[in-house]
Design a binder for this molecule. Sequence first.
Ligand SMILES: O=C(CO)[C@H](O)[C@H](O)COP(=O)(O)O
Length: 305
Amino acid sequence: MSQKNADHHRLKFVAGADAFGCALKDTLVSHLRSLNIPVEDLGTDNHYSIGAKIGQIVSSGDNSGTEIRGLLACGTGVGVSIFANKFPGVYAATCLTPADAVNARSINNANVIAFSGISATPNAAVETLDNFLNTPFKSPCPASNSEPWPENIQSFLDKSLTEMPKIGSTNPNPNPNFSNSCVICDLASGREFTPVDIMPGGSMKIVRESPTAAVVRFSGGSVEPAHHHSYGHDVVVMKGRKIVWNLSKNERCELGVGDYLFTPGGDVHRVKYLEDTEFFIRWDGGWDIMLDEDLATALRDLDQE
Ligand SMILES: O=C(CO)[C@H](O)[C@H](O)COP(=O)(O)O
C-alpha cells in the first residue's frame, strides 16, 4: 500500500492528452482540483505535441520552489511518455494499474504519469493517480513485497538521482578524431560540411558532440520549416543575415553578423536566410531535430507575412 502524504501544497500539475485520452484526463484533472492541487490544463493535442509540451514544462521547473508534475493520457499512455521523456529531468511512466504508480514513484521517482485512455476505467485511474500523489520515492512498494528495500537496492536508489541525469550527457562513442582527455585536446580539424538532408540549402560541420557544437551554413533564400530541438541552443551569426520566428513565444528577430540568440529546448521556431549565412551553434545536449511543419507550409505562411 502507498504511504499517505497529505502535504500537496507545494505541488502543481500540468496536464494534457490526445483525443484518445481526453475524457480520462478531464476526470483526473477534476480529481486533482477536488484535492486543492493546482492544475494547468493544456487540453488536447496530438500525442507528439502534448507529450513534448508537458515534458518541456516539467523539465523547466518552477523557480518558486513548487514541484511541477505532469499528467498525460493518450490511447495507450506510451506515446505521450516517450515524447515527455525527451526532456532532461523528466521521468514519465505509463501506469496501467494502481500498483504501477506505487512502483513508479518508489523506484523511479517518476514526475510525470501517463494513462491509457482506452484501457483504464475512471475509478482505477483515480486510484492510480492517488498512489502517484501519495507514494514517496524509495518507499516500500509492490516490487519490494511492500517491505523496506534491501541495502544494495537502497544504495542504488540513493545514487540514482545524481547518476541518472548524467546518462546520455556524454558521447558513448566519441569520434576517433577527437581526444576526450581535456578541453584543449578536443581539437577538431579536417571536418567536412555535410548537407542537412531535411533542411534544403543547409550544411553543417559538427565540431563537438554531446553537448554538440557545430558550424552551420545556409544559402540565401533558404527556409527552415518550423522545428524544435530537445535541448536549448546558442547561435552566433558569423556571416550573413537570418530571421528567426519563435512560434512558441510569438516572437520574431532578425540576426546579423555578431548577433547572438538562445532558443530554449522545445521552442518551435522557423527560420529564413536573407543572405548566404554562416553561424556557430551549440546545443546544451546532443543534437536532434523534430519537424513541426513541412517546407510547403512554411513557404505558404511566409508568403502571407
Ligand atoms: O539543426 C540544424 C540542422 O538543420 C540547424 O542547423 C539548426 O536547426 C539551425 O539553427 P536553428 O535551430 O536555430 O534554426
